[in-house]
Design a protein around this ligand. Structure first.
Ligand code: AMP
Length: 181
């Protein structure tokens, strides 16, 4: 069975960068939500107030996004960037994977300290509405409160992998490769 891999880590930890380097189909809920907001869809209209504040979009909304997008992916290996972010989403993911006859192969945490996150995001030039320092602080708080419990969730299932996300992106990629090998 082709692997499905979940990437966890704070904002700015390099999930997108490292996920792409794995060379598999990637599904990033943040990208899908930004597209919906830019396109002015009903989903975008519902998601906008949350993303602008750096809060999580409600679980049922984003689980629907995941379910729809997952159906379009085919049977190859898949990397999920930014989903799940809560235990309820992790449970929804198990359901979606079951429906597709797939199972999670690994949950990889990319660890980066808060101070470095703030510093990295202040340097990046993505022109994201949620990259101002106050919103980044909220996104970090939300990560620690709501997403970090997934580390225990996946450790319990024997799926947890963890790498140091600091330093050169090539070095991080090598750590990721070794951790998942
Ligand atoms: P990201 O690009 O992954 O940093 O996501 C940007 C924003 O989209 C987040 O701060 C949330 O507001 C929203 N978002 C993305 N993925 C999720 C998710 N799995 N659950 C809830 N909100 C999400």
């Amino acid at each position: 069975m082709e692997p499905v891999i979940v990437l966890l880590g704070p904002p700015g930890s390099g999930k997108g960068t490292q996920g792409k380097r794995l060379g598999h189909a990637t599904l990033a809920t943040g990208d899908l939500l930004r597209e919906a907001i830019a396109g002015g869809t009903e989903l975008g209209r519902r998601a906008r107030e949350y993303t602008e504040r750096g809060d999580l979009v409600p679980d049922d909304v984003v689980a629907g996004v995941l379910r729809d997008a997952f159906g379009d992916l085919g049977d190859g290996p898949v990397v999920l960037d930014g989903f799940p972010r809560t235990v309820a989403q992790a449970e929804a993911l198990e359901e979606v994977l079951d429906e597709h006859g797939r199972r999670l192969a690994a949950a990889l945490v990319i660890d980066v300290p808060d101070d470095e996150v703030v510093e990295r995001i202040s340097r990046r030039q993505d022109d994201r509405a949620d990259d101002d320092p106050g919103t980044v602080r909220n996104r970090l708080r939300v990560y620690h409160e709501r997403t970090e419990p997934l580390i225990a969730f996946y450790a319990d299932r024997g799926l947890l992998h963890r790498v140091d996300g600091t330093g050169d992106p090539d070095d991080v990629a090598e750590r990721v490769r070794r951790s998942l090998a």
